[in-house]
Ligand binder design. Structure first.
Ligand SMILES: NC(=O)c1ccc[n+]([C@@H]2O[C@H](COP(=O)([O-])OP(=O)(O)OC[C@H]3O[C@@H](n4cnc5c(N)ncnc54)[C@H](O)[C@@H]3O)[C@@H](O)[C@H]2O)c1
Length: 264
């Protein structure tokens, strides 16, 4: 591996799943990592070398405090990983508006807040890398999970927009689009459509992919400064099919919709 200077990294949603695996992988590579998550106390699972700051991605004040902390501690930042997220699954006439507001605030506006908070610093530095965790659901849109698909597609759109907008300022933007992998994400399902959510929980807990495997691919994608980081073959096939074999893609989605209509 070529030697390179350690990066200064902030990761959101770092207490579990992909965020935690990314913190471990980045620390192991010698990066300086500020792990953040919603809980006030430092999670015991974090590696000792990582610093911790409580950061609820819904709070503008918490983001302002994170920026102040980074400026004071490091004087700058190289990599911002907007990873925190929750899951919702629900048919359009079953999921409630409260669920929409909840997931938009965390999964979409949480990422927007992170980008807005750190872009002025990145512009000052004329360098930086923003990595936003979306999902394969942001690229291909299966039935029965419109709120999740919509916010993740928003993260994909935001990331592409910023990759163009911030390139003249020396800033790279990547978006991570994994298919299902094993984490605690299933525990965040709390909506009205319990049938769809049970199916989603099974997809997460029954996946053959671990968060560590996904994180290793993400770190390679970050190092290569890829614009879209697809972390698994299922995702590559689905994304390719949507663009280049649309009738086959539509047929798969229609089959899935018939299963959803039958209640799985
Ligand atoms: N697991 C999957 O199958 C899968 C697939 C595609 C994308 N993703 C995405 O990966 C990201 C990480 O999820 P995960 O699967 O590791 O789940 P996870 O539940 O294991 O971890 C998510 C972390 O986000 C934190 N979090 C939740 N709300 C927060 C808030 N308001 N502010 C700050 N932190 C908050 C949680 O405390 C938790 O530590 C999410 O954006 C998720 O949508 C997951």
């Amino acid at each position: 591996m070529p030697s390179r200077p350690p990066r200064r990294v902030l990761v959101t949603g770092a207490a579990s799943g992909l965020g935690l695996s990314l913190v471990r992988a980045l620390v192991a590579r010698g990066d300086h990592v500020l792990a953040t998550d919603v809980q006030p106390e430092r999670p015991a699972v974090l590696p000792a070398a990582a610093d911790y700051l409580a950061l609820d991605v819904r709070s503008d004040d918490a983001w302002a405090a994170a920026l102040a902390h980074v400026r004071e501690t490091w004087g700058g930042l190289d990599l911002l990983v907007n990873n925190a997220g929750v899951a919702a699954g629900g048919r359009i006439d079953v999921a409630s508006m409260d669920e929409w507001h909840w997931i938009v605030d965390i999964n979409l506006l949480g990422v927007v807040r992170g980008c807005r908070t750190f872009t002025p610093l990145f512009k000052e530095q004329h360098s930086g890398h923003i990595v936003n965790t979306a999902s394969l659901a942001g690229l291909v849109h299966a039935p029965g999970m419109s709120a999740y698909n919509t916010v993740k597609a928003g993260v994909v759109a935001l990331s592409e927009t910023l990759s163009h907008e911030l390139a003249p300022h020396g800033v790279t933007v990547s978006v991570v689009c994994p298919s299902f992998f094993r984490t605690n994400l299933g525990t965040s399902f709390q909506g009205a459509d319990t049938e769809m959510e049970d199916a989603g929980k099974k997809m997460v807990s029954g996946s053959k992919r671990s968060a560590d495997e996904v994180a290793a691919t993400v770190v390679r994608g970050i190092d290569a400064r890829k614009e879209i980081i697809l972390t698994d073959r299922d995702g590559q096939i689905a994304w390719r099919a949507k663009r280049f074999a649309r009738p086959a893609y539509t047929a798969v989605m229609k089959r899935a919709a018939r299963r959803v209509a039958r209640g799985r």
